[in-house]
Ligand binder design. Structure first.
Ligand code: ADP
Ligand code: ASP
Ligand code: MG
Length: 424
C-alpha cells in the first residue's frame, strides 16, 4: 500500500465527462489498496472567466496599484476549485468510492498575507491522515488557502500544482502525480514543436528553470517545494484510459519524474527550450550612473507589484551616464511607464523607450555548467533565420534571449533542432 496525492488540472476536469474520467483514475488507485488524496483545479477557462469579471469591475477609488482589492479577488477566483471538488466527490461517491470535498480553510492550508500570490506557510495534515485511515478519499480544492487575517487566499495562477505538492509533503505521500493534458514534461512545449520528446526524468533545477521561463506545465513554486521536501513528483496524462496497462504502476508510472540530478544517468548538455510571450521591453536612456539609481527604479516597480524580469545595464562610457533595459509582462507595461514617470526626478534619465509584443526564448540544461559554446550555437542558429536578438541574459544553466514576438515559434523550433532535441 502507498499513499498517493493525485492532482488534476483544468483541462482534466473541463466538463462532467472529464470529471467522471478523473474519478476512474482515482478509483483505480483506491481499488489497488492505496491511500489517496486528490487536488483539483477549476474547470478549464473558469479561472480566466472569474479574473475577467474582477477586472471588469470599477477600480478602487484613488488606488494606483493593485487596481482592485486583492482579498475580494481571492474570494471570487477561489470559487472555481470549490465547484470541481464537490463535483468530483459526487462522481466518486456514485462509483462506490467513499469521498469528501475539502476547501483550503477546512484542512487548513495556511498561507501568508500576499493575497492573489500567497505562499503556503503550513499545512496541518492530521485530518487528511485520519481520512486515509478511514479509507476515505479527500478531494481538496487546489489553488487556495487561508491567510492570517482569516480570509481566502489564492496561490497565483497555476497554483493547484503547489497545493498538491505541499499536501503531499504534509502527509508524507509516497508520490505526487500531476495529471494534465500532456503525458509528461517535453523537451519543449509540444503544442509549438510536434517533434518535442517526452523526458523520462528531469532534474529539479532544470524543471525550475523551465517553469520559471515559461513552461507552464508546473507552477514554479511547486517545483521548489518538491525539491526541498523531496516529494516524488510525476507529470502524467489524465487523457488516457484509466485502466490502460501500466497506469497503476507503483514505482514507475507512465510520465516524467522530477528528481535529483544524481538520478539521471545520461545528462544532456541542453535538456529543454522554454518560451514566454507577451513580454515588453523598457529602456531608460542616459540615466545617472551613481549608487541608488537601480533601487530608485526597481523599488517603486516592486511596490506596484510589477514583475520585472531581464535586467541589462550598460557600463557607462564616461562614468556619468548609462542605459538600463528591462522586461515586464506586456500587461504591466503601461503601469510600469507610469511608475517611471513618477521617478523621473529621482532617477534622472533622458527618455524612456518601450516596445511590447516581444518573446523570451530560453535554452536550459545542467550540462551547460561544464560545456563551452552553448550560447554561441544559439546565436548562430538564430542569425541564420534572420532573427534579431534584443537582449540576452544567462545563468549557469540557462541562456535567455529576447526577440520579436512574431518569431517566437520559429526560434523555439530552431533552437530545439540545433541542440539535437528532435532526435531520440
Ligand atoms: P493544467 O490545466 O493541467 O494545469 P497547464 O495548461 O497548466 O495544465 O499545463 C499543461 C500545458 O503546458 C501543456 O498543454 C503544454 O502545452 C504546456 N507546456 C509548455 N511547455 C511544456 C513542456 N516543456 N512539456 C510539457 N508541456 C508543456
Ligand atoms: N485554476 C487556477 C488557475 O487557472 C489554478 C490552477 O489551475 O492551477 O490558475
Ligand atoms: Mg497548470
Amino acid at each position: 500500500m502507498a499513499r498517493i496525492v493525485m492532482k488534476f488540472g483544468g483541462s482534466s476536469v473541463a466538463d462532467l465527462d472529464r470529471i467522471r474520467n478523473v474519478a476512474r483514475h482515482v478509483k483505480r488507485e483506491v481499488d489497488a489498496g492505496h491511500q489517496v488524496a486528490v487536488v483539483v483545479s477549476a474547470m478549464a477557462g473558469k479561472t480566466n472567466e472569474l479574473v475577467g469579471w474582477v477586472q471588469a469591475m470599477p477600480m478602487v477609488a484613488g488606488a494606483s496599484a493593485p487596481l482592485y482589492d486583492a482579498r475580494e479577488y481571492d474570494a471570487i477566483v477561489a470559487s472555481g476549485e470549490q465547484v470541481t471538488s464537490g463535483l468530483l466527490a459526487i462522481a466518486l461517491q456514485s462509483m462506490g468510492v467513499d469521498a469528501r470535498s475539502w476547501q483550503g480553510w477546512q484542512i487548513p492550508v495556511k498561507t501568508d498575507n500576499a493575497h492573489a500570490a500567497a505562499r503556503i506557510l503550513e499545512i496541518d495534515g492530521s485530518e487528511l491522515i485520519r481520512r486515509f485511515e478511514m479509507g476515505q478519499v479527500a478531494v481538496v480544492a487546489g489553488f487556495q488557502g487561508i491567510s492570517p487575517d482569516n480570509r481566502l487566499a489564492t496561490l497565483g495562477r497555476g497554483g493547484s500544482d503547489t497545493s498538491a505538492v505541499a499536501i503531499a509533503a504534509a502527509v508524507k505521500a509516497d508520490r505526487c502525480d500531476i495529471y494534465t493534458d500532456v503525458d509528461g514534461v517535453y523537451t519543449t512545449d509540444p503544442r509549438i514543436e510536434p517533434k518535442a520528446r517526452r523526458m523520462k526524468k528531469i532534474a529539479f533545477e532544470e524543471m525550475l528553470e523551465m517553469a520559471s521561463l515559461g513552461a507552464k506545465v508546473l507552477q514554479v513554486r511547486s517545483v521548489e517545494l518538491a525539491m526541498v521536501h523531496k516529494v516524488r513528483t510525476f507529470v502524467r496524462s489524465s487523457f488516457v484510459d484509466p485502466d490502460a496497462p501500466g497506469m497503476g504502476d507503483l514505482i514507475d508510472p507512465p510520465g516524467t519524474l522530477i528528481c535529483d540530478e544524481e538520478e539521471i544517468v545520461e545528462q544532456e548538455v541542453v535538456t529543454g527550450i522554454a518560451y514566454a510571450k507577451d513580454e515588453a521591453q523598457i529602456s531608460l536612456r542616459r540615466l545617472a550612473d551613481r549608487p541608488g539609481v537601480s533601487a530608485a527604479i526597481f523599488g517603486p516597480l516592486a511596490d506596484a507589484y510589477i514583475n520585472v524580469d531581464m535586467i541589462v545595464q550598460n557600463i557607462s562610457e564616461d562614468g556619468s551616464r548609462t542605459d538600463m533595459t528591462f522586461t515586464v509582462p506586456t500587461s504591466d507595461a503601461e503601469k510600469a511607464l507610469a511608475v517611471l514617470e513618477g521617478q523621473k526626478q529621482v532617477v534622472g534619465y533622458d527618455v524612456v523607450q518601450s516596445e511590447s509584443g516581444l518573446a523570451k526564448v530560453s535554452v536550459i540544461g545542467i550540462g551547460m555548467r561544464s560545456h563551452a559554446g552553448v550560447a554561441a550555437t544559439a546565436f548562430k542558429a538564430l542569425a541564420e533565420k534572420s532573427i534579431n536578438i534584443k537582449a540576452i541574459t544567462t545563468s549557469e544553466i540557462k541562456i535567455s534571449i529576447l526577440i520579436d514576438g512574431a518569431y517566437a515559434e520559429l526560434a523555439v523550433r530552431t533552437l530545439h533542432s540545433v541542440y539535437g532535441l528532435d532526435k531520440s
